[in-house]
Ligand binder design. Structure first.
Ligand code: G6P
Length: 499
């Protein structure tokens, strides 16, 4: 956080998210507990804040559920070597996870918010589970709400109903904030959700509702206006008055920990990884370029569209065969859902198809990397990629675009960026990345060629501007702006109702 002023100082902070920052697993015959460190951007970024502010983090105890304690909640002090805050885990049984996580959250809300209506499924059973889990989260939060005006910060679409329950369990004074990490669609799409009113009712119990960009903020206000007749939307202040409460709706474009990524990129571990990867894939000692994609293997990321564009490029421009290798770093995700399993197997088929069609004795066109990489190894891969492709069909922000930029310490890479990723709404990205539309195969393929032929002066000029912006608007700047907005709400309330 900023040097001069720390808005979280002296606050009782409760963070609520589906995923937990530390995962405790039992290993071996004597059930020794092994702890996984946080890796995701948000969990890794918030963990130091929690360590300095103290408080509680409430999350699903994914992976560590001991059948003995299933259905009970349970607290552990983290980090294990130097406990600074409490992690409260909710143990969810398999049926509950199927309905709440795989069902309502990821077959309902995820495709809805990514405007993928043909993939969207809502069922009464999913909804019941989602409601129950949200109540359990809210009960756990309410128990942690102690002290003067506690701050509660909910993360994402898994928890839309929890704020209302927390508010109604006697926490009128708590400052409730929610950040929605995925897109918020316009009313035309959003009205397809059978529980459209209940979800908005839950979210409007927050004092602050944050999204990445202004477009989602406008969409949210449009939905409230259309769907909740009793809500009053003040467009000028971007505030909703509803059920006696006031919700400020704000955009906070999320950033990445740019310093950490840049130092990872220059580490020995990054160089060692890259040297062995390059040697294994015949990338060293040649002028063959590297084009990179890094994704959770999700249909919203436009990965198949990327393979179509690459196939089009090599088929129609044979002189480009052998001149670059495409590296796909992919991590499997949500494999409990058929749409994901099918998508992931179609990606495997596309990789084989391109390699069979264009591969030669000394060139493998596509290298698929599925192993887990350490942060420095990934930063090394980003640093050495001449071009990165981000081709989302829809994407809340897309932090891969920002990670790639942060790792570009030599300023010689080019970012090809879908106009449908939230990050493209940032003018610095729109002007300095090469914009593409992943649904237009031919144009996408042309953009990849342009990226490969950009002069080094042009690459450097664009990348320097992007890097400056990514450093200025990093993860801690994002958290600061959310916390400052919460502080302002707390002060406003204290002024209105003296305690
Ligand atoms: C998206 C969501 C995050 C989520 C992540 C991983 O980025 O916005 O909230 O943590 O996907 O998805 P998973 O389903 O594995 O938690």
């Amino acid at each position: 956080l900023g040097d001069e002023h720390d808005p979280t100082a002296g606050k009782h902070l409760v963070v609520v998210s589906n995923r937990q920052p530390y995962r405790h697993e039992f290993e071996g015959d004597d059930d020794e507990v092994v702890v996984d460190r946080p890796t995701g951007g948000l969990t890794a970024g918030l963990d130091p804040v929690m360590q300095s502010a103290g408080g509680t983090w409430v999350a699903w105890g994914d992976g560590g559920a001991d059948p003995q304690v299933a259905d009970a909640d349970d607290c552990v002090a983290v980090p294990p070597e130097d406990p600074a805050y409490t992690l409260r885990r909710l143990w969810l049984d398999e049926e509950t996870v199927d309905g709440y996580y795989y069902g309502y959250s990821n077959r309902g809300l995820w495709p809805l918010c990514h405007s993928a209506l043909t993939k969207t499924r809502f069922s009464q059973e999913y909804w019941e589970r989602y409601r129950t889990v949200n109540e359990r989260f809210a009960d756990a939060v309410a128990e942690q709400c102690s002290g003067d005006r506690p701050w509660v910060w909910f993360q994402d679409y898994h928890l839309a109903l929890a704020p209302r329950h927390v508010r109604e369990s006697g926490n009128e004074d708590a400052v409730l904030a929610h950040f929605w990490h995925i897109p918020w669609p316009g009313p035309d799409v959003y009205r397809s959700c059978p529980q459209r009113e209940e979800l908005l009712d839950g979210l409007l119990a927050n004092d602050l509702f944050g999204v990445h960009i202004d477009r989602y903020r406008e969409n949210f206000l449009d939905c409230v206006e259309e769907i909740l007749p009793t809500a009053i939307v003040d467009r000028q202040r971007s505030v909703v008055h509803y059920e006696g409460g006031e919700t400020r709706v704000r955009s906070f474009p999320m950033g990445v920990d740019a310093d950490r990524i840049a130092s990872g990129a220059t580490s020995d571990e990054a160089s060692a990884f890259w040297e062995s990867f390059a040697a294994d894939n015949r990338l060293d000692g040649s002028d063959r370029q590297v084009v990179l994609g890094v994704d959770r293997l999700d249909y919203a990321k436009g990965i198949l569209e990327r393979f179509d564009a690459l196939e089009h490029l090599w088929a129609n421009n044979p002189e480009w065969r052998g001149r670059f290798t495409y590296v796909q770093k992919g991590s499997e995700t949500r494999t409990g859902i058929r749409d994901y399993r099918e998508y992931q197997s179609r990606i495997g088929e596309a990789v084989d198809r391109l390699n069979d069609r264009f591969g030669t004795d000394d060139w493998q066109p596509v290298v698929a990397l599925t192993e887990m990489l350490s942060e420095p190894a990934l930063a090394g891969l980003y640093r050495n990629a001449d071009v990165a492709l981000v081709s989302s069909i829809r994407d809340g922000m897309n932090l891969v675009a920002k990670e790639y930029v942060a790792a570009q310490v030599d300023h010689d890479g080019v970012l090809v960026l879908s106009r449908h990723a939230g990050v493209h709404d940032d003018p610095v990205f729109a002007e300095n990345a090469l914009t593409t539309d992943p649904l237009d195969t031919c144009a996408f393929s042309d953009t990849i060629r342009t990226a490969l032929t950009l002069s080094s002066a042009d690459r450097s000029r664009r990348m320097r501007r992007l890097r400056r912006s990514v450093h200025e608007n990093d993860l801690s700047a994002w958290m600061d702006s959310v916390f400052e907005a919460m502080e302002d709400i707390g002060e406003h309330r204290a002024g209105a109702t003296p305690s």
